[in-house]
Design a binder for this molecule. Sequence first.
Ligand SMILES: [Zn+2]
Length: 73
Amino acid sequence: MQCCGCGAVARDKTPGDLDGIRIDCPHCGIYEVSGTVLDRFLRLTLPERAEVLARAKQRAAPGAMPLVDARCV
Ligand SMILES: [Zn+2]
């Protein structure tokens, strides 16, 4: 699959019970996008998505997986 943040080839790590997606990207690292904002997030341009992802990373606790949700989109 393609990374939502940078468009590179990335791995889909989404567990079956997750509402959203989990992506493991060689450039962006591993992160999740909440199902509630997924549609909105994917309609953004790639530079906008990279910005949103950067915000999610800033918000994440040290060592925690960044989560793109309604607070960053
Ligand atoms: Zn990426």
